[in-house]
Ligand binder design. Structure first.
Ligand code: HEM
Length: 304
């Protein structure tokens, strides 16, 4: 049998797909840093979480385009990412790192790795979409995400994109009843996309300018939502969405103050960094992310 896929295999594969990009994130290479505040809302499902205790908290956010290409074309209807670090009084942190699709491309790291491998060009430098199609037939857990990618339109702005945490997390402090949830971020300015024609009229890197302009003209904010899971909803499979009718709870508002700057440079947006009361699920994709992000972070800081 094949050796199980390791975090470093992903890093090597990203470098094969996008070329060596020394000193740059191995995924989500193109991005934009922003700052703001988190205005928490207390609620019954997260009764004494310090994160939601009522104080406004400082936020550093990084928006990004999926893939390892630092010059990725922002006119393309591909993956967008959002990483957010909230700092609590006393210095502990809570990190949320999500993408603009509601379902992940694979039930585990191995399946995702296999899918990405079908994007590698052959010796003549050609990609073979047939390979990807065949892989999807053999690995149906990638299908929901591929269908989303095929239907995706170009996001009009990071301020008009929703972002999904995808994995399951838990909350409970001391003897509280545990809450099982998945989070997502809803833009208060509404989800907006561009037609192909509108997208082609923009320049390759229009997203930074667009959100700066929106910040100058209006309030840019997001609602941080938690979907509350039922016992029968999967804890470990990010390629399966929970039923639509699950209870939605507001955790608070993220309000942007500025966009641009270097505040994100020293941050590793590891999605397993959680504040008191929160814990990760055993989702193997979530577990793999900590190791992969740490390797990428180390390479970035050491110019590799
Ligand atoms: C096995 C699965 C995955 C692997 C191996 C992986 C790998 C990586 C790596 C290496 C980075 C660069 C980290 C850095 O240099 O700081 C990254 C960034 C990122 N990933 Fe993942 N990832 C995975 C799954 C996911 C999932 C499920 C999501 C969304 C829920 C996601 C969203 C992001 C975002 C938003 C960033 C940019 C973070 C930033 O701005 O610093 N990734 N990923």
């Amino acid at each position: 049998a094949d050796k199980p896929v390791q975090a470093n295999d992903f890093i090597n594969l990203f470098e094969k797909l996008s070329g060596k990009q020394p000193g740059i994130r191995k995924a989500h290479a193109r991005g934009l840093c922003a700052t703001g505040t988190f205005i928490p809302e207390q609620n019954a499902q997260f009764p004494s979480a310090p994160l939601l205790s009522g104080e406004e908290l400082p936020v550093v956010m990084r928006f990004s385009v999926g893939g390892g290409n630092p010059g990725a074309d922002e006119r393309a209807p591909s993956t967008r990412g959002m990483a957010m670090q909230i700092t609590l009084p006393g210095g502990s942190r809570h990190i949320f790192t999500g993408n603009n699709f509601p379902v992940f491309a694979g039930k585990d790291p191995q399946t995702f790795f296999g899918l990405l491998s079908t994007f590698l060009p052959d010796e003549q430098g050609n990609r073979d979409p047939q390979k990807t199609m065949q892989y999807a037939e053999e690995n149906p857990s990638v299908k929901a995400n591929l269908a989303w990618q095929q239907a995706a339109k170009t996001p009009a702005s990071y301020a008009n994109t929703d972002f999904y945490g995808l994995h399951t997390f838990f909350y409970a402090l001391e003897d509280e009843t545990p809450t099982k949830f998945r989070w997502h971020l809803v833009p208060d300015l509404g989800v907006k996309t561009l037609t192909e024609e509108q997208a082609q009229a923009k320049d390759n890197g229009f997203l930074a300018e667009t959100i700066k302009q929106q910040l100058a003209e209006s309030t840019v904010s997001y609602s941080l939502m938690a979907t509350i899971g039922e016992p029968e909803d999967t804890n470990i499979d990010p390629s399966v969405q929970w039923p639509e009718d699950r209870e939605q709870v507001r955790l608070g508002t993220v309000k942007l103050a500025s966009a641009g700057g270097e505040q994100c440079t020293p941050i590793n947006f590891d999605p397993n960094v959680l504040s008191a009361g929160f814990s990760p699920s055993d989702d193997p994709v979530l577990r793999m992310r900590s190791a992969a992000y740490a390797i990428s972070f180390g390479k970035r800081l050491s110019g590799q």
